[in-house]
Design a protein around this ligand. Sequence first.
Ligand code: TYD
Length: 219
Amino acid sequence: MSEYGKFITLEGGEGAGKTTQGELLVAALNKAGIETVLTREPGGTFGAEAIRDLVLSGTKDRWSGMTELLLMYAARIDHVEKLIRPALKRGAWVISDRFSDSSMAYQGYARGLGEKQVAAVDKAVMGSFAPDLTILFDIDPILTMKRVETRGEDLSRFDGETLEFHKTIRDAFLDIALKNEARFFTLDAAAPREAVHARILYAICSIYPDLAGQLGHAD
Ligand code: TYD
């Protein structure tokens, strides 16, 4: 077990900076000599990326909350079996831009399926597999909605949701973090990019103190 790599997930609402910070984190870990794989959900494998296209495109009412949930978990199990577990087994670290907590926040809380139902699906599909550390990018959705609009990317089915929806997502993640305190590290994603990066390294070093020297973090 000790030869296993670590599994770290990045969670939060749209446009919170997870993707950029994931890239910075991978660069820092690689520099420290740790093989690191950066991936994302829904997606990460050929099959899961195909499911991503299905679930993110089209009109808002294309899928019910339950269909969305099952598509997310179909993609997730492919991702875990083909990419995440093999990487961890060879000792690599895996950083995933979103994972199961997104299903709890979006489908469980915001789409109204409820915690119990999502937790039951998670247990049935994932068993006890869970991240070692989850970093929550917390930010007021009023700020991020502006970022998403100016990013110039195609908007997904979720980007077109109302401010109310994104507020629900923010509160959902904060609630999930409270209920899973041991695994979560919540940071202020409105802070400058370098400051957020430093907080992430701090979080990792506080859990894995042996890495403090390698990551050059003296906080
Ligand atoms: P993406 O464009 O990757 O968003 P972001 O850059 O904010 O991560 O789209 C992923 C969308 O899918 C995002 O709106 C959240 C949603 N999602 C769920 O609803 N449930 C899930 O389980 C996952 C992984 C994502």
